[in-house]
Every structure is written in C-alpha cells, then in structure tokens.
Design a binder for this molecule. Structure first.
Ligand code: KG4
Ligand code: ZN
Length: 332
C-alpha cells in the first residue's frame, strides 16, 4: 500500500508518501513563514495563492524523494477540512485532478483526525484512548473509540493554545511563528517569576480558555516598567499553558478510565509540554504516545497515514465533494 498524502489546510503546503500505513518514504513541507511574518499571523488570501504556486511542485518532490512515480501509488489522500477554505481547495483540487487522470482511489481526511493519529505512526496501542490535539487552531480533548469514532470531551472556549503562543510572541516582538520563538526565549527564563492565571483549571470541566491568559500578559507588559526580563515572561507564560494542558489531560484520563494518552498538533512540539505530559503519565500509570516533533506541525505524512486506513476500509471521495472549513462533529 503506497499512499500519497496532500495537505494545504492552513499555511503549510505538504506532500508525503507513506508505505503500508507505517513507513514514511518521503515528506515535503513548504512553509510560508516569510510571507506571513510581517503580519504576525496567516493572511488567508496570500496563503491560498502561495499554495497554488507550490502545491504541484511539492507533490513532484515528494514522489521523487520516495523514488517512485504516480504509477507506483495505490491511492491518494487529501485534507478536506477543517481549515482555511481558499487553502483547502488548492490541495483538494490537485488531488481530484490526480485521481481523475490516474484512476487512483482518493479519500478525504479530516485534519484534526490526522493530528490525532500522527502519534500512532510508530506504535499501535489499542482503543479506546484519550487524544489531546493542541495546535494553532484547536485545543481539543477527545475520547477516541475507533478511527472515525470520537467523543469531544473538551475544547477551547476562545483562543487555541498555539494562538496564545503566537499572540504573546507578537506582543513581545519575538518572531513568527510564535510557539518556537516563545520556547526558545523561555529557555533562559524563570518559570516561577510571574504567577499568570491558569484559566478554567479548577472548574471541573475539560474545556480550555486562553484569551484571558493572553490578556494577563498584555496587562503585565503595560504595568511592567521593564524590570522583568522577556525570558522570565516567556517562561512564566509557557508554564501556565503547559500546566493547564497537562492537568486537563490528567482529568480526561481519570474521567474516562482510559490508560492511554495520544498527543498531536503544533504545540505538542514544545519540550516543556512533552516533559510535563511524560511526568503526569508516569504518575497516572498511563501510556503516553507523543507525536514525533517533526510531525507535530502540519504535514502530509499524517494525512497519508489516516488515508491509508480509510482507503483500506473501501472509502472513496466523490469527485463532486467539497472542502469544509469548520470541524465536523462526529458521533462517539
Ligand atoms: O498544527 P499546526 O502546524 O497548525 C494548525 O493546525 O493550527 O500548529 C501551529 C501552531 C502555531 O500556533 C505555533 O505557534 C505552535 O503550533 N507551535 C508551538 C511550537 N511549535 C509550533 N507552540 C509551542 N511550542 C512549540 N515548540
Ligand atoms: Zn494542524
């Protein structure tokens, strides 16, 4: 089974070839950081135009790096949503075109489902498990009963965790994308220096809120005469986010009785979050499956991976089907 995955839901154009639902033969990711850096966030219209320029060449490179041609493939998988509509349509339309000319079967993959299963490329724990997807657009906890059978246990009420990282980085002029910049700056700082709020931590729900935390940093900066180093602010902010994510994940494990936690999405690349989750999982006696760092931010290997299982089930995307921008509510 050789599956080509295509991903273009936000600002990364990616293509990858995955063999047998396990081995990543190639993975190409074209980032657009240079394009969006001056704005401190993704500009949708510019993102879709860049996808249009690079999407076909990125697919060509992924095939070349895998040492195969279109003829060698078994199937195609593409992200259908959620994401930016203009961006999604570029990858989806290219995938449809490829399917049409080659006759290869095509499946649509949900971007959030791809983030959930990116933690399982190397290992296969049994169902059910708890999944934390923590990215620039989402902060979701799921009870995963099977591929396609999810119960949303909790989600952010406002900003996603990655969004909070990006906004705080922008506030302090630390660079774009913000998560990596905050992590780098925080490395030299004291995480106990400022006691930022831990929003919704003790409220008994599995929901999140990060907008108030970002506002607390804004207010702190306004009031600070410049005594506290940016490293201390970054480290204290990062600790607040990590603590909320870790504790809510712990509560999700306890509430569901699951013994396994899977973690994916861009923010899952954060070392301090990875360390915090590892400690918590050890305390809870739970198995932890962290997505490899290289596959945390958007990529196509995770799309090809989920696509492989959907193709094996006989699923097919009708060539008249559309992309979707909002998350799908799937049944538990
Ligand atoms: O999964 P992703 O590539 O795109 C979405 O689906 O949203 O996640 C991107 C997000 C951005 O907000 C970025 O700042 C954050 O992930 N991120 C990080 C790190 N690397 C990326 N956040 C914290 N620490 C990191 N090392
Ligand atoms: Zn993503």
């Amino acid at each position: 089974m050789l599956v080509l995955g295509i991903e273009s839901s936000c600002d990364e154009t990616a293509a990858a070839v995955v063999k047998g639902g396990r081995e990543v033969l190639s993975g190409v990711v074209a980032v657009q950081d240079d394009l969006h850096r001056p704005y401190g966030g993704v500009v949708p219209e510019m993102a879709s135009r860049r996808h249009l320029e690079v999407c076909a060449p990125v697919v060509g490179r992924a095939l070349a790096e895998a040492g195969i041609g279109l003829d060698d493939l078994t199937g195609l998988a593409v992200t259908r949503g959620p994401g930016l509509m203009g961006s999604l349509l570029v990858g989806l339309n290219l995938a449809k075109g490829l399917s049409l000319v080659t006759g290869l079967p095509l499946v649509g993959v949900d971007h959030l489902e791809a983030h959930i299963f990116s933690g399982l490329l190397a290992a296969r724990p049994g169902f059910p498990f708890v999944a934390l997807v923590v990215s620039g657009g989402h902060t979701n906890l799921y009870l995963v009963r099977d591929l396609g059978r999810y119960e949303l246990l909790g989600a952010t009420r406002d900003d996603a965790a990655g969004e909070a990282f990006d906004k705080v980085a922008k506030l302090y002029g630390l660079g774009y994308p913000g998560g990596v910049a905050i992590e780098r700056t925080a490395a030299g700082g004291d995480p106990a220096r400022i006691d930022f709020p831990r929003p919704m931590l003790g409220d008994g729900s599995l929901n999140f809120s990060f907008a108030g935390l970002k506002t607390a940093v804004v207010n702190f900066k306004r009031a600070d005469p410049g005594e506290v180093s940016v490293a201390d602010v970054a480290a204290s902010f990062q600790r607040a986010v990590v603590e909320v994510l870790v504790e809510k994940s712990r509560q999700a494990l306890r509430r569901t009785g699951c013994r396994t936690l899977i973690v994916g999405g861009g923010v899952a690349a954060n070392s301090s979050l990875r360390d915090g989750l590892a400690l918590m999982a050890a305390e809870e006696g739970a198995g932890l499956f962290l997505t490899p760092k290289a596959l945390c931010t958007d990529n196509a290997a995770m799309v090809a991976f989920v696509g492989t299982f959907r193709l094996m089930r006989g699923e097919r995307l009708d060539l008249s089907e559309d992309a979707y921008s909002r998350p799908v509510r799937s049944g538990g």
